[in-house]
Design a protein around this ligand. Structure first.
Ligand SMILES: [Zn+2]
Ligand SMILES: [Zn+2]
Length: 339
């Protein structure tokens, strides 16, 4: 089968023929239809985040926003049938018995295995997945629409859930890319009023189209003042990987506001303790999501609350897509067609 393989950090992926995987008893073999390209894939390929670099499988096939059809299955998989269309997320499997798993936080399982990082992912014609973590994709969603929900969608859903966004609150979304354009819509679905921020006026126009009531270019020196005039943000969710976005997000919060950390700058974040104490700021992380979160996201999409802006490219174009991502030249999400 054809696959895009990471031979070495910092090198382009190599499109080559590799052996088709064989599913184990608790696994399914998927014929991959599409796989979304996530910013994490770029971090994994560059090897620029030590947390990823240390656990990257040698000769990895990246990709963790996968939608495909079940074409074979192990003897222990009885809830999925050949021909079922399923999606596979970042969380490839969890142990199911540790404290985190038993608390309903399988995304934090210490024995969790990550798709397209610790095991091969969806930048290929076929891939193996655990039957337990391959979720059926509702018929009404196209594979292109569904794939980005399996990382971008579920990540921003969990971030806004963890931030306890409530109806009527002001949510500032920093970065209107693959995650951010979905964050605008999830926040709207939670009943919030959305303030969208980006460096690109085109992306801000998209945010407005998707329901943001205020759009601000972060280069505008008055942007922060404008948010403060509105009363400040109850929640600021940063999907951008720029540290400067975090600095601004922290400053735009109202007292008792919440900073939701999603985007991954390579530098450490730093905030004055007095700023946190004096305003009782909460800082919350969100690590992709659980299967329960994933089902909630699929439900929102089926209800028409989430529309991914998707561009489809052939698998062979993956390096060009990475290059565009590095230049900030992607609007919405790119999905790779794998068969
Ligand atoms: Zn991702
Ligand atoms: Zn566990």
């Amino acid at each position: 089968m054809k696959a895009a393989v990471l031979a070495d950090f910092g090198q382009p992926l190599v499109l080559q023929d590799v052996a088709r995987p064989v599913p184990e008893a608790d696994e399914v073999l998927l014929q991959v239809e599409v796989c979304g390209v996530c910013h994490s894939d770029l971090h994994i390929a560059l090897g620029d985040l030590p947390g990823f670099r240390g656990v990257t499988k040698p000769r990895l096939i990246p990709g963790h926003e996968v939608v495909g059809r079940v074409v074979a299955k192990g003897a222990a998989v009885d809830h999925l049938q050949i021909g079922d269309r399923v999606g596979v997320a970042w969380l490839h499997s969890a142990c199911g018995v540790c404290e985190q798993c038993r608390e309903g936080r399988e995304n934090l399982c210490r024995k969790g295995v990550v798709t397209g990082l610790m095991v091969d992912g969806g930048y290929a014609e076929f891939m193996r997945a655990k039957g337990s973590h391959a979720l059926r994709v509702p018929e009404v969603l196209t594979s292109e629409q569904a794939a980005p929900l399996f990382c971008a969608g579920v990540t921003v859903y969990r971030a806004l859930k963890n931030a306890q966004v409530a109806a009527g609150q002001r949510v500032a979304v920093f970065g209107i890319g693959g995650l951010g354009h979905l964050a605008v819509q999830v926040a709207r679905a939670f009943g919030a009023e959305v303030i969208a921020l980006d460096v690109s006026d085109d992306k801000l126009a998209l945010a407005r189209e998707l329901g943001a009531t205020t759009t601000l270019n972060v280069a505008d020196p008055e942007a922060l003042k404008t948010i403060r005039k509105l009363g400040g943000a109850h929640v600021a969710v940063v999907t951008s990987a720029a540290k400067a976005a975090y600095d601004m997000a922290f400053k735009c919060l109202r007292p008792a506001g919440t900073l939701a950390v999603v985007g991954l700058p390579t530098e450490a974040l730093s905030f004055q303790a007095l700023g946190i104490v004096g305003n009782e700021i909460r800082i919350v992380g969100a690590a992709v999501g659980t299967r329960e979160d994933m089902r909630a996201v699929l439900d929102l999409a089926v209800a028409g609350e989430l529309r991914c802006q998707v561009e489809t490219q052939p698998l062979a174009e993956v390096n060009e897509v990475f290059a565009r991502m590095q230049r900030g030249g992607i609007s919405g999400r790119v999905v790779l067609r794998c068969c």
